[in-house]
Design a binder for this molecule. Structure first.
Ligand code: H79
Length: 467
């Protein structure tokens, strides 16, 4: 397969189109057809998704010029998404560009960020290479409006993070705002005036295709060719591109990096039409187990970019339970941090991630590589699964010490506390309706056996999918 893609890649890079028949004759699992679209087998897609399904937990990073005003512009406070401040305050391009001249995050250390993610149990990282403000956080030959050419910092954080992730064994991905660009005069946006209509008021003069051809596509190509293998290209900012343009973008990504995942936010925000897996709405968690891969792009404090006004942080308990709940519904958690303009991660975010890491050290087995709950969403918490195993995530202890698990199929072999596989064996039985019941008698358990955040109980059965 790799070889077939190689051949196709060479043809494509030489500028030739590939006759569909020839490509099919080569028995390629994936190829660009005469229609210009990427075609592939379900097997190839699943193969590409395998690491991501195993990983379950990643770090999202929103870092850009917006970390300088951090929610406050000319004394006016902007709550919520700090990365939207240019649009919310209608800051003219010429004024916003001055942030670039100021941006010098000398305390930035890629290895420290990667260690923070890794210690929290995260297996991948996705960082804003360009957000809606149009400023590239990497060395771009396409536009001088980038961190190396336009800021005193002169370093390329995308390169440093890509290298640090590779060293530490994390997958590395880039976020690229493809339909929005408030810096580019042609980035027309039909959605609720979400484009730059203060510097460039005449929408009828905007040639979106020019923006796409001159900036967005060449920058995506740079990201796919300058930083080694990307785990994910995470598109955002939907609404302007046509279906045909989305097809062309997908083909370009597949040809340049066949193993790189593409999230769904190329065309349709709410539906899963494009890409390898579905990005839910910002901060949205699915209501139930979904049959396809999905991901929650989540904030810790209601903003993605650093906002000094956003002090209402989710607690580590809430975040750990969200992670379990998301995994229980078959999803991934891409949890965001918004580093500051000096290059440091806010202390609250560090504190939260360390707590999450402590829990993951003990209970990671109940998250990584799991599938969603085969017993629905139980009232006392949630459930994840692996072949022959259920992981019960106990948030609320039953008052009478009897945990009603539900309709578990097959013969239950053993039930134990994940953190105490030997001493933490629990007694169990079935009630009159055949439901599995576990006895939680704290006297019989080791001290601190029940975790106040989420105690994981393993049910081992002889059934591959125990429900
Ligand atoms: O990058 C983060 C957001 O900035 C981005 N997606 C995540 C991952 C995003 N782009 N568009 N949107 C989210 C949806 C647009 C929301 C809006 Fe608003 C509602 C724009 C105007 C009203 C939120 C509130 C932003 C400004 C005010």
């Amino acid at each position: 397969m790799q070889k077939a893609i190689h051949v196709l890649l060479c043809i494509c890079l030489l500028g030739g189109s590939i006759p569909a028949a020839a490509a099919k004759g080569a028995q390629a699992e994936g190829y660009v057809g005469a229609d210009g679209r990427w075609h592939e087998t379900e097997q190839l897609k699943q193969h590409r998704l395998a690491w991501w399904k195993e990983a379950k937990f990643g770090m999202f990073i929103h870092w850009g010029l917006y970390s300088i005003p951090a929610g406050v512009w000319k004394g006016e406070e902007t709550d919520g998404y700090s990365e939207w401040i240019m649009w919310r305050r209608k800051i003219p391009v010429a004024e916003y560009e001055r942030f670039a001249a100021q941006f010098n995050p000398v305390k930035f250390n890629a290895d420290e960020w990667v260690k923070l993610a890794s210690d929290a149990g995260m297996k991948y990282m996705v960082i804003t290479a360009k957000h809606h403000d149009g400023f590239a956080m990497y060395r771009s030959g396409v536009s001088p409006y980038n961190i190396v050419d336009a800021a005193p910092f002169e370093r390329d954080p995308i390169r440093e993070l890509a290298n640090a992730c590779q060293k530490a064994g994390l997958k590395f991905g880039c976020y690229y705002s493809i339909d929005r660009d408030w810096h580019h005069p042609d980035a027309f946006c039909p959605n609720q005036q979400q484009g730059n209509t203060w510097d460039y008021p005449d929408d009828s003069k905007k040639d979106f295709n020019n923006y796409l051809a001159q900036k967005a596509l060449p920058q995506v190509r740079e990201l796919l060719t300058q930083y080694g293998p990307l785990g994910i290209i995470w598109f955002d900012g939907v609404g302007t591109k046509t279906a045909e343009q989305n097809e062309r973008i997908i083909a370009m990504v597949r040809i340049l990096q066949p193993d790189c995942l593409i999230n769904s936010r190329l065309g349709d925000w709410k539906k899963f039409v494009w890409g390898d897996y579905r990005s839910m709405d910002d901060d949205e968690v699915a209501d139930e187990l979904l049959a396809y891969g999905w991901e929650n792009p989540g904030t810790m404090n209601g903003t993605y970019g650093y906002n000094k006004l956003a002090t209402d942080w989710r607690s580590p308990t809430e975040i750990i339970r969200m992670l379990a709940d998301i995994a229980g519904k078959g999803g991934n958690y891409l949890l965001n941090i918004g580093p500051k303009s000096d290059g440091l991660v806010p202390a609250e975010a560090v504190r939260i991630l360390r707590q999450v890491g402590k829990w993951m050290d003990k209970y990671g087995e109940s998250i990584y590589g799991t599938t969603g709950s085969p017993i629905g969403k139980p009232p006392w918490g949630c459930c994840t699964a692996k072949p022959g195993k259920l992981y019960l995530h106990l948030f609320d202890r039953p008052a009478d010490g009897q945990l009603v698990v539900g309709d578990v199929k097959g013969r239950v072999k053993t039930v134990y506390l994940l953190a105490y596989p030997d001493k933490g064996k629990l007694t169990f039985g079935r009630n009159d309706s055949g439901q599995l019941i576990i006895k939680l008698n704290p006297i019989a358990l080791p001290p601190d056996a029940l975790d106040p955040i989420d105690t994981v109980i393993v049910v081992k059965t002889d059934s591959a999918r125990p429900a």
